[in-house]
Design a protein around this ligand. Sequence first.
Ligand code: SF4
Length: 122
Amino acid sequence: MKIAILMCACSGVCPSMAKINFFDLMERLRLEVPHDFMVLHPRLCEENGEALMRDLLKPDTVYVTPACNEKHQMKLLAAGFSKAGVPMDDKHWIPVTLAQKDTDQAFADIKAAVEKAKGIAS
Ligand code: SF4
């Protein structure tokens, strides 16, 4: 199994993510948290976000999804997973809540989720 980070920036203007520097966060993850690949999209729950997920998601990968809170992701990312034919279960999906966090907190939580994904992938 591969490990991918599929991050959503919520259009880049959501007040709940105002303390996150997404470019800084991505570069730190790239350098310090081994994973297979990372994607940042501005609105995964909109039509072209779902189109990306339909074409990108594969059943041989665990997806760590830093985005809105877990309950919202469960509802808002369901169509993308469904269109890709990938089950949104604990073998393929580990949500990370970005809301109300700063860059350091987001980094720590994504790092922990990738560690968890390694346990699933191995
Ligand atoms: S999936 Fe969540 S974080 Fe991404 S645009 Fe939709 S509401 Fe915002």
